[in-house]
Design a protein around this ligand. Sequence first.
Ligand SMILES: *[C@@H]1O[C@H](CO)[C@@H](O)[C@H](O)[C@H]1NC(C)=O
Ligand SMILES: *[C@@H]1O[C@H](CO)[C@@H](O)[C@H](O)[C@H]1NC(C)=O
Ligand SMILES: *[C@@H]1O[C@H](CO)[C@@H](O)[C@H](O)[C@H]1NC(C)=O
Ligand SMILES: [Ca+2]
Length: 226
Amino acid sequence: GSNVNIFLCCLLSLIDEVFAYLSGKMFTFPAQTNRAHVRLNTQRRNFSTVTVCHRSFTDLKRDHILFSLATPSNANDFLIFRDAKNKEIEPHIRDQKVEYGGPDYKLNMWHSICTTWDSGSGLVQLWFDGQPSIRKFISSGSNISGPVIIILGQEQDSHGGGFDINQSFIGMMTDVHMWDYILSPCEMQSYVDELNFTPGNVLNWRALDFQIVERVLIENKLITCH
Ligand SMILES: *[C@@H]1O[C@H](CO)[C@@H](O)[C@H](O)[C@H]1NC(C)=O
Ligand SMILES: *[C@@H]1O[C@H](CO)[C@@H](O)[C@H](O)[C@H]1NC(C)=O
Ligand SMILES: *[C@@H]1O[C@H](CO)[C@@H](O)[C@H](O)[C@H]1NC(C)=O
Ligand SMILES: [Ca+2]
């Protein structure tokens, strides 16, 4: 009796929260829903500088979320959003927004997007497939602080919820890293080229602590013949 219960409890909690070596893997978000997502866990909660990088592949012609970090006080504390109508990538930081209209966001292709922010200068910069944008002012003088909830696949309008099916992500996502500092251009290039780089010290794809909610799959990233 009790041994079985202990076994079941721990098996379930293992399924619930996973620490995994995801090198060569990707998350597949296969359906339009306002529930399926992946929650990425970190104990860190005080950021004055940030770099977030991810690679994604989609055929969505509508708006969609790529990365959503919320705190209790700021639902859009650090998020990366695709505005399809205006053909822009929008970083939102500390609930402020800037728009980048340059990137050639082709559908059905992998794109790497890295975003940096420094609370001292307040400047944000986007590196799209390794091409740096101009640096724009977004928010200065205060940290991202408090318990963060980081979600892939859905956009948070509140801390951990408020999902909108019409902003959900459908497609594949991989190589998600977050650092508490700004990557040098050489580190950025190594990430883009999938060479050796220092993995994220806040989120590390190679040792990710995460929970999958509903239908999101872990699959092999390589889909080419060789
Ligand atoms: C902001 O974060 C940095 C780095 O974690 C920390 O050194 C600094 O004291 C924080 N500032 C505030 C106002 O919390
Ligand atoms: C952030 O760090 C600073 C300095 O260590 C500290 O004063 C502040 O209370 C921290 N904020 C949070 C929310 O942990
Ligand atoms: C999502 O978009 C569809 C099509 O534009 C619309 O009919 C529907 O009401 C939207 N749903 C929500 C929750 O906004
Ligand atoms: Ca929203």
